[in-house]
Design a binder for this molecule. Structure first.
Ligand SMILES: *Cc1c(COP(=O)(O)O)cnc(C)c1O
Length: 438
């Protein structure tokens, strides 16, 4: 299987290049040349598959002969190690919980799988320098990436985060892991961290001496495992006769894009709802037929504060830039923080279910779509992307209660932070990375 760039300028690449490089040189995004529908056999066997067996079949069909069966099986067994249960909230409304991984957010699926695939391809390479992954984080991504690469042979991860600008729990998630995970505390803001990382990738001298890579969210390897749980949700639905609507809380639209690919492979989805917060550029795109990127606006669902979603390139490409076809498959709604809080409160009051703010936006999107399309024999699934305890202050305030911390988070509190402090000074980052590689 070959992969092309959505900009169609860079040459096609194989899976190894796609995974290790992340981005084609023309600044497009990689996509598989063909998306093969799943076989009849797959659908017949789905009721009996385990999550891992199902994940294996989906990946094998998508990637074809890019990786041999035994190696693929090992990668799936070491990365897809937590469940995605479907919880019935009320009548036709279900919640797909995607926060049972080590960092308690759905990004664990993408990060775990990508890390194991990167480790696999690094070990295939002839020069045996370790792969050094550089990541800048504003909080959430870093934890998932760190857990994904933990103890993966041939890799080491340097995480840059802004000192004093992330929550204590988030900081502990990055700085207490140890092993091959190194935390750099930068005396600056997130943009400084991102700029330092970008400078490192452009430094030819550093790149000649070290094997640098990024764990960027636009790496295709992160989308693949995000397809698995759409199939897994379908398998768990009791009634397969009602048409299915998925509501996806969206920021960079990677999660939604994975759902669209799952549909292309044959998953029977009637409609996707792209649920966003006040960062409503996608909703405006479908409404006004023109896309205009905007600076991001801070909201309570801050992992979705994106004003120029990176995966829009992939969505446009999947639909050959035909906006009408996009609208046939996707409906978009945006919600304010006040609406988000009200939804958290009413679902807690009526159904005793606690949602994080991102999940609440997805719930609102589903609710609005079902209201507007009543009597249409529909059932809905909204994706829950993070454990509510990750946003404990917002949740406790909104619900006027104290929700318990899950063990993975409470255990962190007693662990000691280990980080190296650097200034916003590229020389210090470079020296650190060079020392790690000697
Ligand atoms: C990253 C993130 C999202 C947005 O996902 P995209 O794939 O970027 O659209 C939603 N919720 C949470 C909790 C996230 O961390």
């Amino acid at each position: 299987m070959q992969f092309y760039s959505t900009k169609h300028i860079s040459p096609n690449a194989n899976l190894q290049t796609v995974v290790i490089k992340g981005l084609p040189a023309d600044n497009g995004l990689f996509m598989p040349e063909v998306i093969t529908p799943l076989s009849n056999n797959f659908w017949q066997n789905l009721p009996n598959y385990t999550f891992q067996e199902m994940a294996f079949e989906v990946t094998k069909t998508l990637l074809q002969n890019s990786i041999n069966d035994q190696d693929l099986q090992n990668i799936i067994e070491s990365s897809i190690t937590f469940d995605a249960p479907l919880i019935n909230i009320n009548n036709n409304i279900n919640c797909l919980e995607l926060f049972h991984g080590p960092s308690l957010a759905f990004k664990d699926f993408g990060a775990q799988f990508m890390a194991k695939l990167m480790g696999y391809f690094t070990q295939q390479q002839t020069n045996n320098k370790p792969l050094t992954i550089l990541v800048a984080t504003s909080g959430d991504t870093g934890g998932a990436v760190a857990q994904g690469f933990l103890k993966v042979k041939g890799t080491q991860v340097v995480i840059l985060y802004p000192s004093g600008k992330i929550s204590e729990l988030q900081e502990k998630q990055l700085t207490t892991i140890g092993n091959n995970i190194y935390a750099l505390e930068v005396k600056g803001v997130f943009d400084d961290c991102q700029h330092l990382v970008k400078t490192a990738f452009l430094d030819t001298q550093l790149n000649n001496q070290c094997n640098l890579s990024s764990a960027n969210s636009i790496n295709l390897a992160r989308l693949i495992p995000q397809m698995f749980y759409y199939f897994w949700a379908y398998k768990q639905l009791k009634n397969k006769n009602k048409k299915i609507v998925f509501s996806v809380p969206s920021g960079n639209f990677g999660n939604l894009t994975a759902g669209l690919i799952a549909k292309k492979m044959g998953l029977p989805v009637h409609k996707f709802v792209a649920a966003t917060n006040a960062n409503r550029v996608f909703t405006d795109y479908l409404q006004n037929n023109i896309f205009i990127a905007k600076p991001s606006i801070p909201t309570l669902s801050n992992a979705m504060d994106v004003g120029n979603p990176s995966n829009l390139q992939r969505i446009n490409d999947l639909y050959k830039n035909n906006l009408q076809n996009i609208k046939n498959d996707i409906e978009a709604f945006s919600f304010t923080d006040d609406q988000t809080i009200s939804a958290m409160q009413s679902v807690y009051r009526l159904h005793n279910y606690v949602m994080c703010p991102h999940t609440a936006v997805a719930y609102l999107g589903l609710q609005q779509y079902l209201q507007q399309n009543a009597n249409n024999n529909l059932q809905g699934i909204f994706l829950s992307t993070a454990h509510p305890a990750k946003f404990i202050e917002v949740v406790n305030n909104a619900l006027n209660t104290v929700i318990p911390l899950p063990k993975t988070l409470s255990d962190l509190q007693s662990k000691n932070k280990q980080s190296t402090i650097i200034d916003v000074d590229y020389g210090q980052l470079k020296q650190y990375v060079l020392e790690l590689n000697t």
